[in-house]
Ligand binder design. Structure first.
Ligand code: ADP
Ligand code: MG
Ligand code: MG
Length: 889
């Protein structure tokens, strides 16, 4: 016979905390609390298996369920000495839902079940308190009526409001027994009218009605939506808890409350919570009266703390707090009720907390020896660290929402709206805080993005140019705010009927994607000692290295500060956009012969040399991976005729020639076109100049610092062994030449990005030529899926919402497909060179789930944007500890 019902709190406890799959979180923890001797009103849990069976069998219960339920109910009756449905001393119960994970959308709890026109008389007599008895009855009709029968709760509230008006009182507690009697009569009439049937009087019918409503709520649309959003399978089912009532509404020595064993917003080790005297259930959160603080220390003038109002129950609660933390080894979120000065525990679970609190609690618990350091490392969600590194909106500050886009880069920023990058730079130079608002951004906006405090785009996804660059720079960014329309001509943005002009202040929250009108107060991040400590512990256990993607000295310095162990990707093209050199870059592109190109490249050489020397200095003694020129050349060309004409003049030609050359360079599919090593094959002098700049810069840095950097030169977009052979030979030849000229040498590596399926398939051969591989998973995702990153924003959201893809594959690595390609390449490479150094440098290098995968494949390092370095350090540590993919973030 299958066991469908588990008792708790009576003489035997059938359940335990680790049985949450079967009993739900609430049921499992009620049993656990009872078993460690805490005062839990007795009851029983109907298992999640009943829920599953109910749905599998066309909404029918298992046959023996009723018998098991009656036995369990009898146990409760015997334990408390009351009888369910008894007209003298009736047992009342609560019916509570409880899935494995707490889940909004599930049925609300029904309290005081078992009351009817007869039993309420018994309750009145037994308690000697008519007000209490009738207050309980009206609460029951109200909860059962709205939750189980589906009567709009406003209908009940109207009746109470009228009763209070008639009685001339403000608070529910001031109503007399007769008032409540009247309210009950009106409630019943109203329900009869609404439902066309009388309110059920039979306690067993009530009980089954409530149980069925809980199971029914498992499949309601709210619950379904929540499950879809949180990857919770419908097969888990919910449990139902039936529990003897205790009463917080019996008078001044009674109360109900909720609390956390530590402050859930800061993590401070203080008791944190609220309670209400003479109240029941969720009165505390419902805002019926103002809840009061628990401890005297926290009480403001005019407030009466529980410590003062109910000293002995408070002392018991303080002891329970200690017991629970010691037992669960984590901060608890608890619900309790006091009946006539006696404390009862009604719920406990690991408390939700902010990122800051999570960090502080983990570190303090480890330092106090409650948990060990490894456990502390596992407890903090890596993704949540992001929040700690940026300013955030003050949760208490008032705000006016304008619109919402995607949370592309965390942090909050306020400033004047500005619609182009030059103006952003100009106004920022004058000390103004600006928010750059663009339909979308391109590499030409880098200086404006840099100058801005935050960026808003109306188009593009989480991996749009704006999003990637903003994350890299640590600028907060909201991307793809499609409901905002930007009018560059009028210099305005408009959303939900509200227009903001250039120069007016807006605020954005890059963690939520919200954009607000005006400014909103902010809280600056403070990287506490706890942060450094946790990072140090994490570094102690991780196997993979953590590098950064950086091209500017500022980025490189930021990343060092966050603990980066070198550079995993330096994109040289970003350096080309600097106003001081874009002219020479364009001249190089427009040149029609090698001599013309060489002349332009000669002008670029000193700039590049300096760029690299700076990075080498900051990363002294650490590896620095520099990727040779990658994007198609036309990306550097101006678009407008005036600019083309200007360029024609500087290089001594005419506009017509310029236009012709520009159209020669235009490509139908530039991302699959003349880019990456294909440029190095066509124009060897470009890569030669870059290699020269690297070697000369490295030798300069060596001379200045006495410590030689280790350049790792990376050739992009290799598909064949031969491509790498040719381009590598150029680099080696340049190295030889520079070393001979300088009379000095350094160590260096030449490797490639694996970002094309062919390269991954042929890794065995390509590895023969490479000193290292770096998986460029942005392009690899693009090419494995055959899906353009710049256009995917239009349809990827549909793919995710229809469940075709679990997540945006540009954010979290598609382990099944792209990951398989990575594994194939890594395995292939190792057959040629068992110790080949391998890393990842796509956006995925900062994504915890993807980092876990990199650990599995045995990569040597991950590389990510500077602000993600701490996230990656912690994620790499968790991956090394075998923690599964982090789903809580
Ligand atoms: P939720 O899942 O929304 O937290 P609960 O099942 O915890 O709902 O019930 C909400 C509140 O109802 C509890 O915090 C408690 O105050 C009250 N409650 C539930 N069961 C009982 C009971 N047996 N006796 C007294 N109060 C109860
Ligand atoms: Mg609730
Ligand atoms: Mg609860």
């Amino acid at each position: 016979m299958q066991k469908w019902v588990y008792s708790f709190g009576a003489d035997a406890n059938d359940g335990r905390a680790d049985m949450r799959n079967l009993l739900g979180g609430k049921g499992a923890n009620l049993a656990e609390m009872a078993s460690i001797g805490l005062p839990v009103p007795p009851g029983f849990t109907i298992t999640t298996e009943v829920c599953t069976a109910y749905y599998d069998n066309g909404s029918k219960y298992p046959e023996d369920l009723d018998a098991q339920l009656r036995t369990a109910l009898k146990t409760v009756e015997d334990h408390v000495g009351l009888k369910f449905g008894d007209t003298e001393k009736p047992l009342l119960v609560s019916v509570r839902s409880g899935a494995r994970v707490s889940m909004p959308g599930m049925m609300d709890t029904v309290l005081n079940l078992g009351l009817n026109d007869d039993t309420v008389q018994g309750l009145e007599k037994a308690s000697g308190d008519a007000r209490f008895a009738w207050d309980s009855y009206r609460r029951f009709i109200q909860m059962y009526g709205s939750v189980v029968l589906g009567v709009d709760h406003h209908r009940f509230e109207e009746i109470i409001e009228n009763a209070k008006l008639d009685a001339g009182v403000n608070e529910d507690t001031a109503l007399s027994p007769d008032h409540w009697r009247q309210v009950v009569a009106e409630y019943k009439d109203m329900v009869q009218q609404e439902k066309g049937a009388p309110f059920p009087m039979d306690p067993h019918e009530q009980l089954w009605g409530a149980i069925t409503a809980v199971f029914g709520s498992w499949m309601n649309p709210r619950a379904n939506t929540y499950r879809r959003l949180h990857d919770i399978p419908a097969t888990w089912g919910t449990a139902v808890n039936v529990q003897a009532m205790v009463f917080g509404n019996m008078g001044q020595d009674c109360a109900t409350g909720v609390c956390f064993t530590r402050d859930p917003s800061t993590g401070e080790n203080i008791f944190y919570g609220e309670f209400l005297v003479n109240a029941q259930g969720e009165d505390v959160v419902a805002g019926i009266r103002t809840p009061q603080p628990l401890s005297k220390l926290r009480a403001e003038p005019g407030e009466v703390s529980m410590e003062e109002a109910l000293p002995s129950a408070y002392a018991d609660l303080v002891a329970v707090r200690e017991t629970l933390e010691k037992h669960y080894l984590d901060m608890q979120d608890i619900e309790f009720t006091v009946q006539q000065n006696k404390l009862y525990m009604l719920q406990t679970r690991n408390g939700k907390r902010t990122a800051a609190a999570s960090l502080r609690i983990a570190v303090e618990m480890a330092e106090a020896g409650v948990i060990d350091k490894v456990e502390a490392i596992k407890r903090v969600s890596p993704a949540s660290l992001d929040q700690l590194l940026h300013p955030t909106l003050d949760p208490k500050a008032p705000r006016k929402l304008l619109s919402k886009g995607l949370p592309a880069s965390p942090g909050a920023a306020s400033g004047v709206a500005v619609f182009n990058s030059d103006e952003a730079e100009m106004r920022a130079a004058k000390g103004e805080a600006v928010i750059l608002v663009r339909i979308e951004t391109s590499p030409e906006d880098i200086h404006g993005m840099h100058a801005a405090k935050g960026i808003v785009t109306t188009r593009g996804g989480m991996t749009s140019h704006a999003a990637v660059v903003a994350r890299g720079m640590g600028r907060p960014c909201v991307s793809g705010a499609g409901a905002i329309s930007v009018d560059y001509g009028a210099q305005t943005l408009t959303a939900s009927g509200h227009t903001v002009r250039a120069g007016e202040v807006i605020t954005l929250d890059g963690a939520t994607g919200e954009v607000f009108i005006g400014s909103v107060a902010m809280i600056e991040p403070s990287l506490s000692g706890d942060f450094a400590k946790l990072m140090e512990w994490a570094d102690g256990v991780r196997r993979m290295g953590v590098r950064t993607n950086a091209e500017t000295p500022l980025d490189a310095e930021t990343a060092r500060k966050f603990g980066a162990e070198g550079i995993g990707l330096s994109r040289t093209e970003h350096m080309f956009f600097d106003p001081a050199r874009i002219g020479a870059v364009r001249q190089m592109i427009m040149a029609t012969d090698t001599a013309g190109r060489k002349a332009a490249l000669d002008k670029l050489l000193p700039f590049q040399r300096q760029d690299f020397a700076d990075l080498f200095r900051i990363m002294a003694g650490l590896p620095v991976t520099i990727r040779l020129l990658d994007p198609p050349l036309h990306e550097f060309l101006p678009h407008r005729d005036e600019e083309l004409a200007e360029l024609a003049e500087t290089i001594g030609t005419d506009l017509e020639t310029m236009r012709r050359r520009a159209s020669e360079l235009a490509e139908a599919n530039p991302m699959l076109g003349h880019r990456g090593c294909r440029l190095g094959i066509s124009y060897p002098e470009i890569y030669e100049m870059q290699a020269r700049a690297i070697f000369e810069g490295a030798l300069d840095a060596k001379k200045a610092a006495g410590e030689a950097p280790i350049p790792e030169i990376m050739i992009p977009l290799i598909a064949t062994r031969r491509e790498l052979e040719i381009t590598r030979a150029q680099v080696d030849k340049t190295a030889k030449a520079v070393f001979a000229e300088r009379g000095d040498t350094i160590e260096y590596l030449v490797g490639t990005m694996i970002e094309l399926p062919r390269a991954a398939m042929m890794a065995e051969q390509i590895a023969e030529i490479a000193d290292f591989f770096s998986f460029g998973t942005n392009d690899l995702t693009q090419t494995v899926f055959g899906l353009s990153r710049d256009d995917a924003g239009r349809f990827l959201p549909d793919y995710v919402s229809q469940g075709i893809l679990p997540k945006d594959p540009f954010v979290t690595l598609d382990i099944d497909g792209v990951g398989r390609m990575v594994r194939l390449a890594a395995d292939g490479a190792r057959t040629t060179k068992p110790k080949l150094k391998m890393g990842i440098c796509g956006e995925h290098g900062g994504d915890p789930a993807s980092i876990a995968f990199c650990e599995e494949v045995g990569l040597d390092y991950v590389s990510c944007s500077p602000y993600r370095v701490p996230v990656a350090r912690l994620a790499a540590a968790q991956a090394a500890l075998g923690v599964g993919v982090d789903r809580t973030a």
